[in-house]
Design a protein around this ligand. Sequence first.
Ligand code: COA
Length: 165
Amino acid sequence: MWIEQLDASHALDYRALMLEAYDLHPQAFTSSVRERAAMPLSWWESRLTSQLDVVLGAFEEGKLAGIVGLAFEPREKARHKATLFGLYVSGKVRQRGLGQQLVQAALAEAQNHQGLRLIQLTVTAGNEAAFNLYQRCGFIQFGLEPMAVRVGEDYFDKIHMWREI
Ligand SMILES: CC(C)(COP(=O)(O)OP(=O)(O)OC[C@H]1O[C@@H](n2cnc3c(N)ncnc32)[C@H](O)[C@@H]1OP(=O)(O)O)[C@@H](O)C(=O)NCCC(=O)NCCS
């Protein structure tokens, strides 16, 4: 297993893994599989080449099996903050520490960015696997956003967490 930053050459695999994530876990992500499947490959490439995003991939037996992203803030007064997004580990390779290693790799990446002081994220209330993982990695809950996402007829709250770096 290894973790590396993804670039435009990974766009097809990145797209496939994220569409799998949105499809299998609609409550965990704000994007829907329908709206993301409609995006052209160039949109996925731009996500991997943007100056404001870093996307890290975990490769298992040479295949992309896990993902995490960090989004940086362009505005001067918010540049001390980054947002962790899009954490996903494919079902076959879960519960082997990949998720934690991806979050740790994102934290290490954040430490390379001068002036960055904190990382924030949101996790759907009730997603114990992700919430526990974030807590293990030092994230603390600071808020709860009621009815943050609607999936079908159901509404889900989002827990807001942060961690100093
Ligand atoms: C949340 C998610 C990323 C976790 O990925 P993962 O690779 O399974 O994470 P880890 O292996 O680091 O930890 C998961 C569990 O496995 C356990 N574990 C880790 N290594 C282990 C090992 N070698 N043997 C047994 N258990 C192990 C961890 O202790 C943890 O247990 P817990 O859930 O009881 O706290 C994954 O479940 C996922 O992609 N879920 C769907 C999408 C999602 O919810 N994303 C988060 C959006 S905010």
